[in-house]
Design a protein around this ligand. Structure first.
Ligand code: IDP
Ligand code: MG
Length: 167
């Protein structure tokens, strides 16, 4: 089944200069990148992205992690991968959530670590299933940032909004 999945290269991945390695590993899947950007992660976006973790004791540290506060890198690289069985293919390459339990040749197994405060710094995020992929892609991207039509859209008229343009 043709699917789409959200991939984030987390701030530890950026700080460790792993972008090239990770993209090369992901290219093994033959999936297509249909959206990509470097973006800052607001507190609201971080909390929404990890809303399913909000009762965990490490939630606050997790928010600091994804916002780059632990790595002096206030950004993540966000991408949408698209193609046959995309969700499982990318999750397989990523490896298990706990980098110490992840297959050592997986991305998380090779490059992840557990911090002294107990957060799994596991280099990338990937969506777990179709529902999560839809929720996350809609959270991180606007329709016009994705080059294929993944989900239904509507056009609305927006008046009096401000937009930054080149001078
Ligand atoms: P996933 O990223 O493999 O989908 P989730 O359960 O959605 O795993 O957890 C989100 C993120 O929270 C993980 O990627 C990891 O950074 C962190 N995390 C999850 N479980 C733990 C834990 O038990 N201890 C510390 N950090 C965790
Ligand atoms: Mg998850």
């Amino acid at each position: 089944m043709v699917e789409q999945t959200l991939v984030l290269i987390k701030p530890d991945g950026l700080k460790k200069s792993l972008t090239g390695n990770i993209l090369t590993r992901l290219s093994e899947t033959k999936l297509e990148i249909v959206a990509a950007k470097i973006t800052r992660v607001t507190r609201e976006l971080a909390q929404e992205h990890y809303s399913h973790m909000k009762d965990k004791p490490f939630f606050e540290e997790l928010i600091r992690y994804i916002r780059g506060e632990l790595h002096q890198r206030r950004k993540v690289m966000a991408m949408v991968y698209w193609g046959e069985d995309a969700i499982n293919k990318v999750r397989q390459l990523a490896g298990l959530t706990n980098p110490e339990e992840a297959d050592p040749v997986s991305i998380r197994g090779a490059y992840g670590r557990i911090t002294t405060k107990g957060v799994y710094e596991n280099v990338i995020h990937t969506s777990r299933d179709k529902g999560e992929a839809e929720r996350e892609i809609k959270l991180w991207f606007k329709p016009e940032e994705i080059i294929v039509d993944l989900y239904p859209t509507k056009t609305i008229e927006v008046n009096k909004t401000k937009q930054k343009v080149w001078t």
